[in-house]
Design a protein around this ligand. Structure first.
Ligand SMILES: [Zn+2]
Ligand SMILES: [Zn+2]
Length: 381
């Protein structure tokens, strides 16, 4: 206490001693109630974040089915508009081109639907309660052993093998058994949105821009919209509106034309927007798969790298087997034929390994070449 020091020297010694004793009791009482040798900043942060976790846990369960319904409704609407509005437009140009679009479009659609259903309904994998061959820690929530690369999902309420993240768009966790389905769904959906944007961009240009010149090619609608909003806010192109007033004849063609116009705009704006958003997600996940990391491990490994660097050491990710092998293990192919069967076509093959134990890459330090990944004593890429 402050007044026990020199500032309170004028007080009688007896009172000063009593005040000091009182202060020591209060300090001891405080530590008795709150002190914990194992308390760290991150533990305190975790406790503070508990209400947020509770909120996510409670509401993600309701949001998940809503997001899945949204994906299903939007995909169905895009496919329907493609059949009703875009394909007849292509047919007017060329019959050969229409046949190509029917084959290519249905190949993409089959892959999108298959990988989405499999990603959403395949269990990502959980560790067994006992007989875990390799245990790295114990889950605080499940009070059960955790194999390497396993993490607890607060939304699913269980541990997930090689957990990547909990995806609300799938209403499922992405882990060991459905990671490939998730990634291939993103890839095919991305290709699908690019394809639809490409097929529909000419119709969109006619309906949205008319003869107005654009800063970027018309099919890059989001970039044009951003550019116009910044530089020419007053000249921002407005879609032509088909007004059906009381004076105009209420004939069916007017309504059909109006719905056609809206459908063309909706199809292109939705697909080109998703192309950009999904493109960023794709690049991020492709980068992680290339270096053998999950979305959770990227943070753990970055922390480890910093810790090792302080000690003048180099941290190496033990699950990074080299670019080529990472992709071969992840997608489960070994040659061109299995690539066609397992990646280009829908395939239900299981991922390599049980997800309970993982092969670890080994490294050697070469004085000239630096750190080298080795397999059976020979350097790998
Ligand atoms: Zn757990
Ligand atoms: Zn989950």
């Amino acid at each position: 206490m402050m007044c026990v020091g020199r500032a309170c020297a004028w007080l009688p010694r007896k009172i000063r001693r009593r005040v000091r004793e009182c202060s020591e009791w209060m300090t001891t009482l405080y530590y008795t109630l709150y002190f914990n040798y194992f308390t760290t900043f991150f533990l305190a942060l975790e406790v503070m974040m508990e209400p947020l976790f509770w909120f996510v846990e409670k509401f993600a369960r309701f949001l998940g089915p809503m997001f899945v319904t949204l994906v299903t409704v939007m995909t169905t609407s895009v496919v329907t508009i493609f059949y009703v509005c875009l394909l007849p437009h292509v047919y007017d140009i060329s019959l050969g081109l229409t046949v190509f679009h029917l084959i290519f479009g249905h190949w993409l659609l089959a892959n999108i639907v298959f990988h989405y259903v499999m990603a959403a309904f395949t269990q990502p994998g959980t560790p067994p309660p006992q007989n875990v061959p390799e245990i790295v820690s114990v889950c605080k929530k499940c009070i059960s052993p955790k194999p390497p690369r396993t993490h607890h999902c607060t939304i699913c309420g269980k541990c997930i093998l090689k957990m990547d993240h909990h995806c609300p768009w799938l209403n499922n966790c992405v882990g060991h058994r459905n990671h490939r389905y998730f990634f291939l769904f993103c890839l095919y959906m991305w290709m699908g949105t690019i394809y639809v944007s490409w097929v529909g961009h000419e119709l969109f240009r006619q309906h949205f821009y008319g003869d107005k010149p654009t800063r970027f090619p018309p099919f890059l609608y989001p970039l044009n919209a951003i550019h116009d909003a910044i530089y020419n806010p007053k000249e921002n192109p407005k879609p032509q509106v088909f007004i059906i007033s009381e004076d105009s004849p209420m004939i069916e063609e007017n309504y059909l034309e109006y719905y056609y116009h809206i459908a063309v705009l909706y199809e292109f704006i939705l697909c080109s927007g998703v192309t950009l958003a999904l493109g960023l997600l794709m690049v991020w996940h492709a980068k992680l798969i290339s270096v053998g990391e999950t979305s959770i491990e990227v943070h753990i490994n970055n922390t480890q790298r910093k810790k090792y660097k302080k000690k003048n050491l180099i941290y190496t990710n033990p699950f990074h087997y080299g670019l080529k092998k990472n992709w071969m293990v992840f997608l489960g192919f070994s040659n061109f034929s299995s690539f066609v069967r397992r990646v280009l076509l829908p395939s239900t093959h299981e991922p390599e390994g049980s997800g309970l134990t993982w092969e670890r890459a080994s490294y050697k330090f070469h004085p000239d070449k630096g750190l080298q990944r080795v397999s059976n004593g020979t350097p790998t890429s």
